[in-house]
Design a protein around this ligand. Structure first.
Ligand code: ARG
Length: 584
C-alpha cells in the first residue's frame, strides 16, 4: 500500500527533533536512505535512542562504539543536557531545559498545540453508527457512534477531508412487513411508539403477525415488490417509517453530542440503484460463479470449517441482492464518486469476515486500487457486570436514551454534592458534560478490540482513568487562575528548572505524537492514556511546585505550564468528543 502518511512529524516534540537529526546522520553513516534512529520515551531518561543497535549489526561494528560516535558527532549537543551510552548500545537522553522552554513557547503561542496539519490531506470516508430502521439501537451502535465520532474529529483536526457516512439498515425484505404493520397500526400510533424508541416492540409485533397471519404475509410480500419497483405510495410510507426511526436516532445523537446529522445518512437503500451495475461488472471481470443457484465470487484465501473455498454470495437464487452486494456497491461509490483514499468501517468484530471478503472481492475486481486503503475499525462487546452482554434488568436490550439519561442523573447527584454553590443551570450543564463524557470515555479508553464492562461507579469516579478525573483536572487549573486572579490568555515566559516541571513540559510536548499514534492505528484509547498520564503528571507537578504562592518569574512560568496543561486537556478531550467544563 502506498498511501502517504496520515499524521505529520511534530516540530515541537523534542523526540522528533532528535529523530530527524539522527536519521540524516545515521543514513549517511550507513550509506543508504531512511535509517530509523528509533527514538522512544524511556523510564530511565527523557528519551532513548535504540537505532545504533540494529545499525551496528548491519555495519559490522560494536553497538556501543557506534553510540559513542553519535555522541561525538555533536549533533545532540544543543538539544540535550546529558547523553550517555547505556546497556548494549542505547543512548539515554536528557533534554536541556532551555530547549523545553523554547518549544513550550512555540506550542503555547498556537491553538494547535504543536499538532501539524497534514501536508497531503486525504479523503477519508468514515462509516459509523449505522443503526437499523425499526430496530432498537443497541450498545454496539453506541460504540460505533462514539468511536467513529472521535475518529472524525481526529482526522479533521489534521486537515483531512472527512466524509461521514451513516450506513443505516433501511432496506430489505422485512420492510414489506414493517410497512404493512405501519398501515395496520395507523401512522400516529406507530409514530408514537417508534418516536419513543420502542423500535423492538414494533418489529416484534410485525414479526409475530407475519408468523401466524397468512393474509398479512401475502400483503407483506406484495408490499416488498411494490417497494422495489418504486411504487410512489409505498415509497411515501417507507420514507415515513425511516423518518420515525431517524428522528429517534437523532435524539440519541444530540444527547450524545456527536456530529452526525441527516446529511450524513447514506443507508443501504442508497445503493439499490447501483447493484445491478455491480453484478454486471463482476460478470464482465469474469469473477462470477454459480453455487446452488446463487451467483457468488470466491475470493482466494477464504475457506469454511471443512477447508472448502468460501463464496461471497452477491445474488440469491431468487435474483435478490443482499448485504454483500450493497457493501460492494458502497466500495465503488466511495472510491469512484467520493474519491476516497482511506475508508474506515467502524463496525463490531463479528462482521470481520463479511468485510474482509467484500474488500477482497473489490480488490479482485479492481475497485480498490493500491492507493486506497479499506480498514475495518473493529470493536468488542459491552458487557454487564455479570460479564455477559449488557442487558437491562428485564433482560431486554438496553435502551440507549435511558442509558444516557441515567448517566446524566447519576452525574448530577455528584455535581450537586460537590458544587452546591453553582447555579441550577450551570449544575445541569456540568452534569450533562460529566455524565455523557463518562459514558463516552469508558468506551474510548479501552483498546477498542477488547470487550469492556459497563460499570457506572467506575466510569463516574473522580479518580482513575475516567472522564470526570480529566475534566476535574482541567477545571482545577481553571480555578487556580481564578484564585490567582490571573488571565489565562497572557503570554508567559517559561522557565523550567525543577524535575516535576521538566517532566510535565516533556509530557505536554508529546501531545502531537499522542494524537498521531492514536490516528495511525485508529485507536482513540491511546489518546486517552496520554491524557490520563498528563493529568497525573500535572498532579505531581502541582504537589511539588507551588504556583499561586510562588514569586514573580517563577509564578509566571508555572502559570504558563498550568495554562498549556489546561489547553492540552481540553483539546484532547475535544478530539474525543468530550466537553471540559471550567468549573465543576
Ligand atoms: N446496519 C449494520 C448493523 O447494524 C451495520 C452497517 C455497517 N456498515 C456497512 N457498510 N456494512 O449491523
Amino acid at each position: 500500500m502506498s498511501s502517504p502518511p496520515l499524521a505529520v512529524a511534530s516540530l515541537t516534540d523534542p523526540l522528533e527533533l532528535v529523530a530527524a537529526r539522527l536519521s540524516g546522520w545515521l543514513s549517511a553513516r550507513a550509506g543508504r536512505d531512511g535509517v530509523d534512529p528509533v527514538v522512544r520515551p524511556s523510564d530511565h531518561a527523557d528519551a532513548q535512542v535504540n537505532g545504533a543497535l540494529g545499525l551496528a549489526k548491519e555495519l559490522g561494528c560494536a553497538p556501543r562504539e557506534l553510540a559513542q560516535e553519535i555522541i561525538a558527532s555533536g549533533l545532540l549537543d544543543d538539544l540535550c543536557a546529558e547523553v550517555e551510552v547505556a546497556g548494549p548500545g542505547f543512548l539515554n537522553l536528557t533534554f536541556a531545559n532551555d530547549v523545553l522552554n523554547g518549544l513550550l513557547t512555540a506550542v503555547a503561542g498556537s491553538e494547535r498545540l504543536g499538532v501539524e496539519q497534514s501536508a497531503s490531506p486525504q479523503t477519508v470516508v468514515i462509516d459509523y453508527s449505522a443503526p437499523n430502521v425499526a430496530k432498537e439501537m443497541h450498545v454496539g451502535h453506541l460504540r460505533s457512534t462514539v468511536i467513529g465520532d472521535a475518529l472524525v474529529r481526529m482526522y479533521e483536526s489534521l486537515g483531512h477531508r472527512v466524509i461521514r457516512e451513516n450506513h443505516i439498515g433501511d432496506w430489505g425484505r422485512p420492510f414489506g412487513m414493517l410497512i404493512e404493520h405501519l398501515l395496520d397500526l395507523g401512522e400516529d400510533v406507530a409514530a408514537a411508539g417508534l418516536g419513543q424508541g420502542d423500535l423492538d416492540g414494533f418489529y416484534k409485533q410485525a414479526n409475530a403477525k407475519f408468523a401466524d397471519d397468512e393474509e398479512f404475509q401475502r400483503r407483506s410480500r406484495d408490499r416488498v415488490v411494490l417497494l422495489q419497483s418504486g411504487d410512489p405510495d409505498t415509497h411515501v410510507l417507507w420514507n415515513r417509517l425511516v423518518a420515525m426511526s431517524t428522528d429517534y436516532f437523532n435524539e440519541v445523537y444530540s444527547k450524545l453530542g456527536v456530529l452526525l446529522t441527516n446529511d450524513d445518512l447514506m443507508g443501504e437503500s442508497q445503493y439499490q440503484p447501483l447493484m445491478a451495475g455491480t453484478i454486471e461488472r463482476l460478470s464482465q471481470a469474469g469473477l462470477m460463479q454459480e453455487s446452488d443457484g446463487a451467483s457468488v465470487v470466491f475470493p482466494p484465501g477464504f475457506t469454511n470449517r471443512d477447508g472448502d473455498p468460501l463464496p461471497l454470495i452477491v445474488q440469491a437464487k431468487t435474483g435478490g441482492f443482499n448485504y454483500a452486494t450493497s457493501d460492494l456497491s458502497c466500495v465503488i461509490d466511495r472510491v469512484e464518486r467520493l474519491g476516497a483514499n482511506l475508508m474506515l468501517y467502524v463496525i463490531g468484530a463479528p462482521q470481520q469476515q463479511h468485510l474482509e471478503m467484500v474488500f477482497a472481492v473489490a480488490r479482485m475486481a479492481g475497485w480498490l486500487p493500491d492507493n486506497v486503503a479499506a480498514v475495518h475499525v473493529a470493536f468488542g462487546n459491552v458487557l454487564g457486570e455479570d460479564r455477559k452482554m449488557l442487558r437491562s434488568r428485564s433482560g431486554d436490550s438496553v435502551k440507549l436514551v435511558e442509558l444516557l439519561d441515567e448517566a446524566v442523573e447519576r452525574a448530577s447527584a455528584a455535581v450537586n454534592e460537590k458544587n452546591p454553590d453553582l447555579s441550577t443551570d450551570e449544575r445541569a450543564a456540568v452534569a450533562r458534560m460529566i455524565g455523557i463524557g463518562a459514558v463516552k470515555y469508558a468506551d474510548l479508553s479501552t483498546d477498542r478490540v477488547r470487550d469492556y464492562v459497563f460499570d457506572w461507579n467506575r466510569m463516574l469516579a473522580f479518580d482513575g482513568n475516567t472522564a470526570p478525573y480529566l475534566q476535574y483536572a482541567h477545571a482545577r487549573i481553571c480555578s487556580i487562575f481564578r484564585r490567582a486572579e490571573e488571565d489565562r490568555s497572557v503570554d508567559r515566559r517559561f522557565a523550567v528548572t525543577e524535575t516535576a516541571e521538566h517532566d510535565l513540559a516533556l509530557k505536554l510536548l508529546a501531545y502531537p505524537s499522542a494524537v498521531a499514534d492514536a490516528l495511525t492505528s485508529n485507536s482513540p484509547h491511546k489518546l486517552c492514556t496520554y491524557l490520563f498520564e498528563l493529568a497525573q503528571q500535572f498532579t505531581s507537578f502541582y504537589e511539588h511546585c507551588p504556583v499561586v504562592r510562588a514569586e514573580d518569574a517563577i509564578r509566571e512560568a508555572r502559570l504558563g505550564l498550568c495554562n498549556v496543561t489546561a489547553q492540552t486537556l481540553a483539546a484532547g478531550l475535544a478530539l474525543l468528543g468530550i466537553d471540559a467544563p471550567e468549573r465543576m
